[in-house]
Write a protein of this length. Structure first.
Length: 98
């Protein structure tokens, strides 16, 4: 299983718009055949910071995700909302088995 943990810091004035755009990306992502999990969490102490936990069955599924209309729309919609560049950290998911 391919897991990416994406750290996102948005501008304070963009929090609500980021959440709305990310909700649409989440809904599309969880419908993808290779998706195993797509969690969006917000920092309790700093609401401008988010983590996206994205788990896919394999590398091909991750690549396919990055070509979907919902991901491309999200990427473009949130680009100017970032307080700093988002940072994705790749992991290998061990348990549960993908």
């Amino acid at each position: 299983m391919q897991v990416t943990i994406v750290h996102v810091h948005v501008k304070a004035e963009c929090i609500d718009d980021f959440i709305a755009a990310t909700r649409l990306n989440h809904e599309g992502s969880v419908a993808e055949a290779g998706n195993r999990r797509f969690d969006v969490i917000q920092d309790a102490g700093d609401p401008a910071r988010f983590v996206l936990y994205e788990a896919y069955a394999g590398a091909a599924d991750v690549a396919a995700h990055k070509e979907t209309p919902h991901y491309l729309a999200w990427r473009d919609a949130v680009a100017e909302m970032m307080a700093e560049p988002r940072r994705g950290v790749p992991y290998v998911g061990l348990f549960p088995k993908g």
